[in-house]
Every structure is written in structure tokens, then in C-alpha cells.
Design a protein around this ligand. Structure first.
Ligand code: ZN
Length: 546
């Protein structure tokens, strides 16, 4: 008796809306079920999968708003590798780059993978592979159906020693070793059928800490049992092998037993039936909050307690203060994400060419946890791709348009200051074209921004008279191999900012135009280190324009 493959994967995350933004809007998965943690109905349980939640495709999340991040370490599932159709990896690399999400190519058993992280730091990898059998790809949210993710290909279990975990996997569960590479041992569900998937074990080096649960942690992984009788057989067999499985628990969409493997990872065996259409028809999956019968009487209270799933622009027009310049605020389509209203500024997210007001939100949530985010969309369309100002050619800017658009954005920010709680000012987070408009804002007026993170910027224009940027902190992250940004132009920007009095920190990373984990780490550390405490506020920035 072998287990035929994976069933689902359950994670903790830090913010429901950021989780939705990444898995639904960036990875393009279908949110097939919107429900609550049955044991704690004040928290969400969100399921992302293919069209119907075919076993082997479901990633499920318990978002705990603001929970501390997990500590990566041994005794955990450290990475999930998702299947994308053969030939689609370059398109995925481009999509992640446009979204400002760090991703890096790597190699696994001679095959290319693309490695990225979700908003909580969980490692998510993409690999070109045949779809899991029976998968119904979900095209949506800008992902073409022929590029859609088609299930989990493999997982990486990080263990102190693999020897403790292997007997269960191979002798009891029937997986077979098929390859080794460095510290990685690959087990196959079915060596003759690559589509069945793999369980990889990696021995952590000495000095690797033990994993701690938190946001971005895999809580457990579930394997398939085709039916209840198979599950009952598994239960006896695991009991005989000394693994103390739980009784069968009804999880509404499947029946489950749980046990812990000897490396410390929580395993579940879940049945294929009854599936996600038991309480919603296929076209309606995930579109409304579904509660199990025992929680239905509390629906109103539960709905009121659940955090928002969407990063929505707020407030509505009726909440605007009298006198706010409504037309200037409407000059840019934008999103406003309310932060925890702590003692820090808001982030002004400025996307790159071809991006939108939602693209940088996951990155912003990672770099500046808890900060409010104001994210406008660029008003210029270049072959349908949004930008913040026109250009004549790659790197050759339309200076007249640049100045006009910079002024337009400054007026938008002044109007936003009268509408949203921006009294602690704005720190720009710009990528590529967004970094260039941020640099243009800085070089045009010393009062608009309190600081800036400029990812892959260049000098947008040669300033005549420099503004006073005394003490304004600016972080520049540049790619040594960036084919789109001339290095000397980035250096010229650095010089102009320094001459204006800005406190510039610049790092040259051994990479190209796309962002990497190193960008994320440097920007996160810098934003935390600079602190931007309220006493640093000289005056309410941007208000000068009102
Ligand atoms: Zn589960």
C-alpha cells in the first residue's frame, strides 16, 4: 500500500490581505474556499488551488494578523515547489519582476527552477513540469490558462538528520529514493510516474537552529488517501509502526488523521472526498464566507471580527475632509492600505513599467510590516503598460513630460495628505520607472518625501538648482549586471542626492534588473534601522503643496 501523492499544504501567514494578494493575484491560483479556522472561528482559513481544488493543488492558510515571522530551521517543510507548464518559466520570471517580487533562478537535479518567497518569507519555487493528473488549470488574474500553476511538484523537508525520517517515508508510506544531490535526497511517490511528485529531504548543517512556528511556516502537509477505507488502513498501519495517529477528524471537505514524523514535521492523511463542491457549486467556489453548521449562528459576529481580505482603497469620497482637492486625488488611480497606525511614516509605493498600483503591495508588506501604504498607478501608457512619465527610448526620457508628471504626482500627494492619515510623512519605495519618478520628486522638491528606497534607479534629469535634502535618508540598490540601467547614471543620481544633503546608502548587488532576496533583506533592514521616528518630522511633508 503506497500513498499516491500530496493532498494539501497548510501554512501560517501574517496578513490575510497580503496572502490573498500574493497567491491569488500574483500566482493566479483560485481561492476555492473562504472559511474560518474551525477551532478558532475569528481567524480565516483560506484555500488556494486549481479550478476545483484537485488533491495535490491546495495551499491553505491560517492568517494571524501581525504574528511574528517563523524561524527557518530544521524540523520543517522549508520550501514548496509548484508546477508551471513547460516553457512558461521565462513568463513567470517576467511576471514576478513586474510585480517587484524578488525571484532568483536556481538549479535542482539539472532542471531550472525559479525561487521566490511569499509575503511572509515562505520559500516558493516554480519548476516546469507536467501537470498533476486530473488538474483543472485556473486562468485568471492576468495569468493565462496555459501558464497556470498545476499543483505541487515537490517539497523540501529540512531535517537535522534524514535518517530519522526515512524509514517512515520509504518502509511505511512506500516512497522510493530516486536521486541524491549534495545534502538533498529525493524520494518519489512513483518512480515510473514523474507527475506523482517528490518529497525531498535536506540535512541542515550543524548550527542550523530548530524551526519555530510563525508567519511563513508550513504547519503541516497532507498526503492523499483515495477513500475512507484507505485512510482506516493507514491508521492501523501507522499505529502498528508506532506513530500514534489521531482519530479520524471531519474537516468538511475531507476526512483527516494526523501524526508527527520523527524529524518533527506534522503529517496528515486526507481523503479525496467529499471535496470543495460539497457546500458551494463550482462557479461560486471561494466567493463568499462559508461556515460549518456549528458556527452558522455566529455568522454576524464572525464576519465583524475577521480582518479584511482585500487591500482596498479607503476611505470613500464621503469621508474626505472638507477642502480636500478631490480632482488632484482623483488624478491617480491608487490604493490605500491602512497600517497599524504606529509611530512611523507611510510608504509611497511606485511600480515599474508595466506594473500597477497593487504590484508592490506584497513587497511593501515585507519591507515595512505594519506601515500604511499609498500606491498610485502611473498615468502614462506605453503600449498598454503603465508608467509614471514618457520616454523616447530605453533610458531616454521625455524631460518635459517628466517634469509635468512629477508635479502632477506631487499635487496628488498633497491632496492625499488631506484625505489619509499621512501626518508622519511618506517614504518612497520605487522600483525601476517608479524609482526614477521618486528620484525626480526628491530632486524637484526637498519637502515631498521623508526618505526613499530606490530599487534600480537612474538620474531622471540633470537638476539645475538642487533642493535642500539635508538629512533625508535614501537607500539605492543597484544591479551590477543591470542591462536596463547604465551604472554611471545611478552613480550620477547618488552624487546629486549627496550634493543636495541627502544621507545616501548605496549597494551594488551581483545581479540584474530583477529584484533578489538580497534587495528585500537590505531594504527591510534599512527601513527598520532608520526608524523614521516621529521626532524626526520637521513639518508635515507634502502639506506645503496643499
Ligand atoms: Zn490539513
Amino acid at each position: 500500500m503506497n500513498t499516491p501523492g500530496f493532498h494539501h499544504f497548510t501554512m501560517f501567514s501574517g496578513h490575510a490581505a497580503a496572502t490573498v494578494r500574493f497567491y491569488r493575484d500574483v500566482l493566479g491560483l483560485r481561492m476555492v474556499k473562504t472559511t474560518v479556522n474551525f477551532d478558532d472561528p475569528g481567524t480565516w482559513h483560506l484555500y488556494f488551488a486549481d479550478r476545483v481544488g484537485t488533491p495535490g493543488t491546495s495551499l491553505t492558510f491560517f492568517p494571524w494578523e501581525g504574528t511574528a515571522p517563523a524561524r527557518r530551521g530544521h524540523g520543517s517543510i522549508d520550501a514548496l515547489t509548484l508546477r508551471v507548464p513547460p516553457g512558461s518559466l521565462p513568463a513567470w520570471a517576467a511576471r514576478l519582476q513586474t510585480s517587484g517580487i524578488p525571484a532568483e533562478p536556481a538549479d535542482r537535479f539539472g532542471e531550472p527552477i525559479l525561487s521566490t518567497t511569499d509575503p511572509d518569507g515562505l520559500q516558493i519555487e516554480l519548476i516546469e513540469a507536467k501537470a498533476l493528473p486530473g488538474v483543472q488549470p485556473w486562468g485568471g488574474n492576468g495569468v493565462a490558462a496555459d501558464h497556470a500553476i498545476t499543483g505541487v511538484h515537490s517539497v523540501t523537508a529540512l531535517l537535522w538528520r534524514s535518517g530519522a525520517s526515512l524509514p517512515l517515508l520509504t518502509q511505511v508510506m512506500g516512497l522510493q529514493e530516486v536521486a541524491r544531490e549534495g545534502r538533498r535526497i529525493r524520494l518519489a511517490f512513483d518512480p515510473d510516474q514523474a507527475e506523482a511528485g517528490y518529497y525531498d529531504l535536506v540535512e541542515a548543517g550543524s548550527g542550523t537552529p530548530r524551526h519555530q512556528q510563525g508567519a511563513g511556516a508550513v504547519h503541516h502537509i497532507a498526503f492523499r488517501a483515495p477513500g475512507d477505507e484507505h485512510q482506516e488502513a493507514w491508521r492501523s498501519r501507522l499505529g502498528e509502526a508506532g506513530f500514534h495517529p489521531t482519530p479520524v477528524i471531519d474537516r468538511q471537505y475531507f476526512h483527516s488523521i494526523y501524526f508527527r514524523e520523527r524529524g518533527g514535521i506534522l503529517f496528515e492523511i486526507a481523503t479525496d472526498q467529499p471535496g470543495f463542491t460539497i457546500d458551494e457549486a463550482e462557479p461560486d467556489l471561494g466567493t463568499s464566507l462559508v461556515l460549518p453548521p456549528q458556527h452558522e449562528p455566529l455568522r454576524a459576529r464572525i464576519e465583524a471580527a475577521l480582518p479584511p481580505l482585500e487591500m482596498k482603497a479607503e476611505p470613500a469620497a464621503g469621508n474626505r475632509e472638507a477642502g480636500a482637492d478631490v480632482s488632484a486625488l482623483d488624478s491617480h488611480k491608487h490604493l490605500w492600505v491602512r497600517g497599524d497606525l504606529g509611530d512611523h511614516p507611510a510608504l509611497l509605493a511606485l511600480h515599474g513599467t508595466g506594473g500597477s498600483e497593487s504590484d508592490l503591495l506584497p513587497l511593501a508588506a515585507r519591507m515595512a510590516p505594519g506601515w500604511a501604504v499609498l500606491s498610485p498607478r502611473g498615468n502614462v501608457s506605453e503600449n498598454g503598460m503603465a508608467r509614471f512619465f514618457r520616454r523616447h527610448a530605453e533610458g531616454v526620457f521625455d524631460i518635459e513630460d517628466l517634469h509635468r508628471r512629477t508635479g502632477e504626482l506631487a499635487e496628488f500627494l498633497a491632496a492625499a495628505t488631506n484625505t489619509y492619515p499621512l501626518d508622519r510623512g511618506l517614504v518612497a519605495l520605487g522600483y525601476s520607472n517608479g524609482a526614477n519618478i521618486a528620484a525626480s520628486l526628491l530632486l524637484s522638491d526637498g519637502d515631498v518625501l521623508r526618505g526613499a528606497v530606490l530599487l534600480r534607479p537612474m538620474l531622471p534629469f540633470q537638476p539645475g538648482e538642487l533642493p535642500d535634502l539635508a538629512g533625508v535618508p535614501v537607500l539605492i540598490l543597484a544591479g551590477e549586471h543591470d542591462s536596463m540601467i547604465p551604472g554611471e547614471s545611478t552613480l550620477a543620481l547618488e552624487q546629486q542626492l549627496r550634493d543636495a544633503g541627502a544621507e545616501v546608502e548605496i549597494h551594488w548587488l551581483p545581479t540584474g534588473h530583477g529584484l533578489t532576496d538580497k534587495d528585500l533583506q537590505l531594504a527591510t533592514d534599512w527601513l527598520a534601522r532608520r526608524r523614521f521616528r516621529s521626532e524626526e518630522v520637521a513639518s508635515a511633508p507634502a502639506a506645503a503643496h496643499a
